[in-house]
Design a protein around this ligand. Structure first.
Ligand code: PEP
Length: 254
């Protein structure tokens, strides 16, 4: 059985107080709704991890993710945060390979493979982001780009390690633009990802791991996107900053 997952990526938003307030609103919203088996993940910036972890610890199906981690175990990397440090906050997941990290911090597929290894060696579960940009889609390169991202950053993993992680398909042209991919486009890519994983790891693993969609997914379009056969939930940016919207997206599975 594949897990249904909704993860909120806060990006570089919210002060400590704003973050705590948002979590309170999310908790209130969740308590007012029917309990579901959807795994909810909040991915705030590093400064929030410890305080939010204390607030949500022990709540069923609610977990914390970091937005990045460094590839080294520890050392002289001023400004960086290690996987072990993340684990010490109570964080269980980490977003790796977000397109903003690829674009603004020049993170390559090869570097991301190292981040995945370090995260997993420390017991963190990567939410690994892949996706093509607009010019790549316009020249019909999207399948090749995604295949390369999978091969260079994930396909060195053992079957056991691969089976633990989450993949998020996030077309760069849809992130923060309001240009949500259509459910047909999303399903096409998700089934392609599942097929590539099947070729590498076999059908048992390919049919069991979760693939999230991200890119202007919101309270209005989540239901249609989540209804696609190979979509197991969403990685939500902008719409995760408002508790009511985030809750509506979670409830899109009901
Ligand atoms: C994201 O940044 O992961 C994302 C999906 O953003 P948005 O929902 O704002 O497009």
């Amino acid at each position: 059985m594949r897990k249904k997952i909704v993860a909120g990526n806060w990006k570089m938003n919210n002060t400590i107080n704003e973050g705590l307030l948002l979590v309170d609103e999310i908790l209130k919203g969740l308590s007012e709704n029917q309990e579901s088996d959807v795994l909810k993940i909040i991915a705030p910036s590093f400064i929030h991890l410890n305080s939010i972890s204390n607030k949500i610890s022990g709540i069923k199906n609610l977990e914390l993710a970091a937005q990045d981690c460094h590839q080294a175990e520890l050392g002289a990397y001023t400004g960086e945060v290690s996987a072990k440090m993340l684990v010490s906050t109570g964080c269980k997941y980490v977003i790796i390979g977000h397109s903003e990290r690829r674009q603004y911090f020049l993170e390559s597929n090869e570097l991301l493979a190292k981040k995945v290894d370090t995260a997993m060696a420390n017991g963190l579960i990567p939410i690994f982001c892949i996706g093509e940009n607009l010019s790549q889609r316009n020249i019909n390169q999207h399948f090749d780009v995604i295949k390369e991202q999978l091969q260079k950053s994930l396909f060195h993993l053992s079957a056991n390690d691969f089976s633990k992680l989450i993949v998020a398909y996030e077309p760069v042209w849809a992130i923060g633009t309001g240009n949500t991919a259509s459910s047909e486009q999303v399903q096409e890519i998700h089934s392609f990802i599942r097929l590539e994983v099947e070729k590498k790891y076999g059908v048992e693993i390919s049919s069991r791991f979760s693939i999230l969609y991200g890119g202007s997914c919101n309270a209005q379009n989540a239901k249609e996107l989540f209804a696609c056969a190979d979509v197991d939930g969403g990685l939500i940016g902008g719409a995760s900053l408002k508790a009511v919207d985030f809750i509506k997206i979670i409830n899109s599975f009901l």
